[in-house]
Ligand binder design. Sequence first.
Ligand SMILES: *[C@@H]1O[C@H](CO)[C@@H](O)[C@H](O)[C@H]1NC(C)=O
Ligand SMILES: *[C@@H]1O[C@H](CO)[C@@H](O)[C@H](O)[C@H]1NC(C)=O
Length: 142
Amino acid sequence: MCPWVAFTGLILLWTDAVVSQVRVSGVVGQSVMLPCTYSTAREVTTMCWGRGPCPLYSCSNELIGTDGHHVTFQRSTRYKLNGLISKGNVSLTIRNATQADSGTYCCRVEHSGWFNDLKVNILLEVKPGELVFHPPLIISGG
Ligand SMILES: *[C@@H]1O[C@H](CO)[C@@H](O)[C@H](O)[C@H]1NC(C)=O
Ligand SMILES: *[C@@H]1O[C@H](CO)[C@@H](O)[C@H](O)[C@H]1NC(C)=O
């Protein structure tokens, strides 16, 4: 058998086993929180948030990252970790959300050992706020 096919199949297996998918919705101009927590019983560890689904390693388009206790990288002040990081609450808060923030985010908690990382893909949908104009429905009579 072609080894490449076997390898790809294996990756799909791992991906299915480890990735969980969560949906969150927010409103334009408000803060939105993307939940992500892990148990620190085993270890307090590094983690990162990235844009797009969790890749095989690390985070793509990294938004914010921690060393387990403190934020060590932050792309913009709009991205905040307001939870107790060293207690495993690494939920991401995006301030002043825009519709362009809609899409998939990856929360990756980097556990030691191969393929032990906790990977959560979060699908964010930012909806327009109150200021949206709804055209009236015009029903013409006969
Ligand atoms: C994690 O922290 C956030 C604050 O960013 C808080 O709203 C949320 O309730 C916390 N989650 C848990 C499970 O404690
Ligand atoms: C929120 O974002 C909009 C559009 O990017 C900007 O015009 C506005 O000043 C921002 N508001 C705050 C409170 O940062």
